[in-house]
Design a protein around this ligand. Structure first.
Ligand code: TXA
Ligand code: MG
Length: 322
């Protein structure tokens, strides 16, 4: 199916297409999502088609309140409820045992569903106006960098979807932190917009369970993700990487430096804010990917706060030492 894609901030238009069981792009605080009625397999299948996404990679379901989460899960552990009260709406996804109303297609056959409440006024209003939750992965072709503006969505999905609900640039800029409460522990499946430090306020029992791509039946994150088309070197030793790339045109991504060894850089935050750096990350990766540089070199960020999610995305995007 091909469309002449419209974009704007008209909730009624987004609602109209969702009621037609089509997929539309919606803004969230993390990245733009490609949304469809989560209760309707015939709508959800369009998300997989538009994204070229393999059926073994499950989708996150978006709702507008904790009460609605209760409607679709058979168990909501008290620690998960505490985390929900503290961080949702916000960049946290909870993996919870699903009820049958959520089609198996959404969870790729898994008994658990990832659910979150996006912290964006337009999408929350949209969710208030429809009586179904929205399944939504990031609105990029599978394997490419997630979109953080409506323009990013249009660059790749123009003609493939009827509507992009434009809510401006995404505030957080990296995807949600995905967690599962198991007994009295928190398993972290993806580092994201809620930093680990915030989770440690609730329990010291936190295990990182990232990157389970070797077993697609128990998905977490595929390692070849967030990848630009250009070669990207992610390194703690930028000076050495620059030396090795001599003669090539380098696109350099740094935390705060405007240049290193005479090579001009794009600092993600001149003031040293990891939040600002996260918000700029995907935009800058796209700019360099579309520029005339021969390769991209990205420096290692401080392994704290949102720096962990930034490093995770850069590692997955990199062509060196995965
Ligand atoms: O911030 C976000 O989470 C964005 C916005 C649009 O909400 N969404 C997003 O979705 O990043 P996506 O599909 O690009 O990434 C979701 C990841 C997938 O890689 C999948 O493996 C994992 O979440 N996931 C979803 N449901 C799961 C489940 N039931 N069990 C384990 N992992 C799950
Ligand atoms: Mg994605």
């Amino acid at each position: 199916m091909s469309f002449s894609t419209e974009s704007g901030n008209d909730i009624e238009k987004a609602k109209y297409w969702l009621l037609c069981d089509e997929a539309v792009a919606i803004p969230t605080e993390t990245v733009y999502g490609l949304a469809a009625n989560a209760l309707q397999a015939s709508a959800v299948i369009k998300i997989f088609k538009v994204k070229n996404r393999p059926a073994f990679d499950p989708l996150i379901v978006h709702v507008n309140s904790a009460e609605v989460i209760f409607k679709y899960v058979i168990e909501f552990p008290s620690l998960a409820q505490d985390l929900c009260a503290a961080f949702m709406p916000g960049p946290l996804t909870l993996i919870l045992p699903k009820k049958d109303e959520i089609p198996d297609l959404v969870t790729s056959g898994l008994p658990k569903v990832g659910i979150r409440i996006p912290d964006h006024p337009l999408s929350l209003r949209l969710l208030n106006e429809i009586n179904f939750p929205l399944a939504a992965p990031s609105a990029n072709p599978f394997g490419y960098i997630s979109p953080t503006t409506a323009e990013h969505v249009l660059q790749q999905l123009n003609g493939k979807i009827p509507y992009v609900l434009d809510g401006g640039p995404c505030r957080v800029g990296v995807e949600s932190t995905i967690i599962e409460v198991v007994g009295d522990e928190i398993f972290v499946h993806r580092l994201g917009g809620i930093p680990l430090e915030s989770l440690y306020k609730f329990t010291s029992k936190i295990q990182l369970r990232l990157n389970q791509s070797s077993n697609p039946a128990a998905p977490g994150q595929l390692s070849a993700h967030y990848a630009p088309r250009k070669q990207l070197f992610f390194t703690k030793n930028v000076v050495l990487a620059i030396e090795k790339a001599s003669g090539k045109k380098i696109g350099l991504i740094t935390f705060t430096d405007k240049s290193i060894n005479g090579v001009q850089a794009i600092p993600l935050s001149e003031t040293g804010s990891l939040e600002e750096a996260a918000a700029n990350l995907f935009k800058v990766m796209r700019i360099l990917d579309e520029s005339d540089v021969d390769l991209i070199i990205a420096e290692y960020f401080p392994d704290e706060g949102l720096g962990r999610a930034i490093n995770d995305r850069l590692r997955r995007a990199s062509t060196n030492d995965k």
